[in-house]
Design a protein around this ligand. Sequence first.
Ligand code: FAD
Length: 474
Amino acid sequence: MSTSRTVICLLRNDLRLHDNELFHWAQRNAEKIVPLYCFDPRHYVGTHNYNLPKTGPFRLRFLLESVRDLRDTLLAKAVCHAVTSEELHVEKKVKEICAQMRVKVHTCWGSTLYHRDDLPFHHMSRLPDVYTQFRKAVETQSKVRPVFPAPEQLKPLPPGLEEGAIPMAQDLQQTEPLTDPRSAFPCSGGESQALARLKHYFWDTDAVATYKETRNGLIGVDYSTKFAPWLANGCISPRYIYHQIQQYERERTANQSTYWVIFELLWRDYFKFVGVKYGNRLFQVQGLQDKSVPWKKDMKLFDAWKEGRTGVPFVDANMRELAMTGFMSNRGRQNVASFLTKDLGLDWRMGAEWFEYMLIDHDVCSNSGNWLYKAGIWLYGDYVRQWIPELQGISGADAHTPWTLSPAVLSHARVSLSETYPTPIVTAPEWSRHVNKKPSGSGPSPRGKKGPSHTPKQHRDRGIDFYFSRSKNL
Ligand code: FAD
């Protein structure tokens, strides 16, 4: 086998040819290209804390479809940088082995809308802890890069090298899942399907123009984009979606809905960059607040939750949908996560690890980030402390509800209500209900802050009742 100017493209969550810097770079720098995807056995063992199976049948099927689709594309043409510690560990090892074998390593960053190097913060440690600050900074000071064109023809494999076999689910100790006709995600993996989905959602049905009104739906395929599973595997590029939205806005219509898809993609970016900033803190039980909460580890309650047997029909319906299809709407996820952490008081990592196993679109940063939000151990309160220095001494989200704190806590924080800071002139009933729901008795109140996927208006309008309110979709 010739080794001169051969580039091995080690693929991970970037299973696409369009807007793929790796192939673009290889095409320009190699005579021969070896695209390589490794099925890492560690992805098929137990989860970190609760030893649940790590990759469930729906996600595995989607992954196998995605690898197969990319291989077909690459064959027809004849011929990315990690975030979390597990990924970084693999990357480090690969680099070590390559160094021993005198193979040069070139890494690319390709999974986010805004490139890591284009963020308007001098160092990742300066990344804001508040999403809105992050969003406003990138929207005003950064630019989304153009997409890399897909190569017309890809350089060939080195002579003597043949493409390997793609494993079957059974080879990875899994069974093929059954397909449920009620699934809100009846789609297959792969770049071709991802691009077809975008065409359908944008250009064929104009569903994107009403996304903001429909995105909290529960039944059917088109209430939201359903891009997440393809994004998680890199079958579609967020930059490509962005530029398609720009084109759609030029040629059809620009409204709140078209913008809101970008707004949500920015949440995805934000969680990834927070993962870079805080590393493993994103996965620790104390969360980013470093707050010790007496979570329960009651397996009976957990089993009832994951099997959809809690007796709360809305929670049960969502959990059964997840188990039978590998997908759950954003609204469903918000509810069942609240229920697990707030109402059952269970360790948020139990829920996160069950989601890791079940979700086709599992993304380690989005999953943990959203769970921390729901568990109330995200970095709340910084915004309040920035503008209300009188409350500087109160840590975490408690800064949002000083009137609920004990005299001892207030005195420790040097806050004297009615003296150094006013008692509320009015307390909406929702506030007191949030506060009463806290598992720790004085823990944070995440719904008092804008969390992911909460539009400001929805947020104003919805308290805890939102989650169990009737809608035409229920
Ligand atoms: P759309 O509503 O069409 O949104 C478009 C895209 O924006 C999504 O594909 C996704 O990439 C991004 N997005 C939307 N909402 C969020 C959000 N809250 N956080 C981050 N990105 C968002 N999303 C994942 O991709 N992987 C996960 O593992 C994951 N785990 C979650 C766990 C919990 C507890 C919660 C509450 C949310 C989680 N989400 C996760 C976010 C969100 O629920 C899904 O991205 C969304 O439901 C996927 O459907 P969609 O592609 O139709 O989304």
